[in-house]
Each structure stands twice: as structure tokens, then as C-alpha cells.
Design a protein around this ligand. Structure first.
Ligand SMILES: Cc1cc2nc3c(=O)[nH]c(=O)nc-3n(C[C@H](O)[C@H](O)[C@H](O)COP(=O)(O)O)c2cc1C
Length: 233
């Protein structure tokens, strides 16, 4: 579907690769208004199924961007764990940098970087905490080691050494051995991003990509109505 032009071999193995010479030519049939699903969730489901079927690794990995109260942005990868008409859900530590930024400013951006299919999906919306029962159900579905790890780590805080982290893990693993219930960390849980817009980007030849954006016409809960607009590439 896409082809990356060969990068000339570097004479000196230590010389850096020049990203300016890397250029992919996208050959796809494109994305037309009449082929779009009726809402962004169904369109997302279609693309997500196609991307997963293509064998792309971690198709549910997405970049979450937040901004603090002063408008300074930060980004990181997380995993999408659920999506439906209510929004896109990921799990994290509410006391992490992203968690604190969202508490101060709930507006976030999600980006799915599906490069091998020359696609990206960009969601803009507001993040809200999921119900504690939803968090508990997901938390206890995780492997035991991941549950203990979440309990052992005050995500995003500065720590003196790796040894301190390993010691905290060992202490909690002894307290909650395999087969016992690990308590859900008080600061850990799900965030649902309720979209205000969702853009579907399909790479095409000559940089004339297709960009179709669903924009919410009515507020969430007031009946889902979406307007579709085409953006210049
Ligand atoms: C592929 C991948 C998946 C990740 N998934 C998650 C996740 O689902 N939740 C999470 O809190 N961090 C996840 N991380 C770690 C985050 O990128 C990040 O390091 C962490 O959440 C702390 O971010 P913050 O300090 O900006 O809040 C993942 C990292 C990668 C590379």
C-alpha cells in the first residue's frame, strides 16, 4: 500500500540517517464521503478491524496529548482498551502527569498512527473518569504481575533508583501472591475520551490525501448528530 524510497547506505556506520530523504508514496483507493459509516464509532470500528487484520503490531496503541493549565502540551503512548458510542477508553494512573493535566484541563487529543496502512485517526474531545466498577473489572482482568506493578508504581514521580521500584514490587508481590485479589490502586483507573471531532486520514498519491472529519453537531447525550467535513491535505 505504501512504499518507502530506499535510503542511500551511509558510508560511515556512525553517521546519522537523514530523515529528509525518506519519502513514502501512498497508493490507495482513498476515502470517499459516500463510503463513510454513519458515525465516527462505526467508521473507527471498520478501520480498526482492517488495521488489525493487516497484522500491524499493537493497533490499539495511540498517542494521548494533554496540556497543563498554562497550555503546555505533553504526549505519550497508551493502549485503547474499549470504545463505543460513549467514547474511547484507556487506563492509567490519575496521579501521573497526564492524569493531573487532565484533572486541570480535560481537553485531550488522541492519535492512532497507523503508518503501514497510510492512515491516521485523530480524536479531539474531553476526558472523564470511568465508573469505579468499570475500572475494577478491567484491573482484575489484567495479569497478576501487571496488577502488582500498577500498585507498586506512583507513575510519573521521580524515584531514586531502579532498585527502589523493584523492592516496592517485591514487597507487594509477597503481600498479594498469585491467586489473591490485588486491590485496585486508589489513583488508578480508566479515562473515557468523549469525542467532539474525529478525523479519518487516508494517505494518497502526490500528497493529495483524503481527510474527512466528523464534527459533533449536538452535545453528548443530546442525540448523536455528526456533520462531516473534508479538509485540504
Ligand atoms: C506501546 C505503549 C503502550 C502504553 N500503554 C500505556 C497505558 O495503557 N497506560 C499508561 O498509563 N501508560 C502506558 N504506556 C506508558 C506511557 O507512554 C507513559 O510512559 C506513562 O503513562 C506515563 O506518562 P505521563 O508521565 O506522561 O503521565 C505505554 C507505553 C507504550 C510505549
Amino acid at each position: 500500500m505504501s512504499h518507502v524510497s530506499p535510503v542511500p547506505p551511509a558510508e560511515d556506520p556512525d553517521s546519522p540517517l537523514d530523515p529528509a530523504v525518506m519519502r513514502a508514496q501512498y497508493r490507495t483507493s482513498g476515502l470517499r464521503e459516500q463510503d463513510l459509516a454513519e458515525d465516527p464509532y462505526r467508521q473507527f470500528a471498520r478501520w480498526f478491524a482492517e488495521v488489525t487484520a493487516s497484522g500491524l503490531e499493537e493497533p490499539n496503541a495511540m498517542v494521548v496529548s494533554t496540556a497543563d493549565a498554562d497550555g503546555r502540551p505533553s504526549s505519550r503512548t497508551v493502549l485503547l482498551k474499549a470504545y463505543d458510542e460513549r467514547g474511547f477508553v484507556f487506563f492509567t494512573n490519575y496521579g501521573s502527569r497526564k492524569g493531573l493535566e487532565i484533572a486541570a484541563n480535560p481537553y485531550v487529543s488522541l492519535l492512532f498512527p497507523w503508518h503501514p496502512l497510510a492512515r491516521q485517526v485523530i480524536v479531539a474531545g474531553r476526558a472523564e473518569r470511568v465508573a469505579p466498577e468499570e475500572t475494577a473489572a478491567y484491573f482484575h482482568s489484567r495479569p497478576h504481575g501487571s496488577q502488582v506493578g500498577a500498585l507498586a508504581s506512583a507513575q510519573s514521580t521521580v524515584v531514586g533508583s531502579r532498585e527502589e521500584i523493584d523492592a516496592a514490587y517485591a514487597r507487594l508481590a509477597a503481600r498479594y501472591p498469585e491467586g489473591t485479589e490485588v486491590p485496585v490502586p486508589t489513583e488508578w483507573g480508566g479515562l473515557r475520551v468523549v469525542p467532539e471531532s474525529v478525523e479519518f486520514w487516508q494517505g494518497r498519491e502526490n500528497r493529495l490525501h483524503d481527510r474527512l472529519r466528523f464534527v459533533r453537531a449536538a452535545g453528548p447525550g443530546q442525540g448523536e448528530e455528526w456533520r462531516v467535513e473534508r479538509l485540504c491535505p
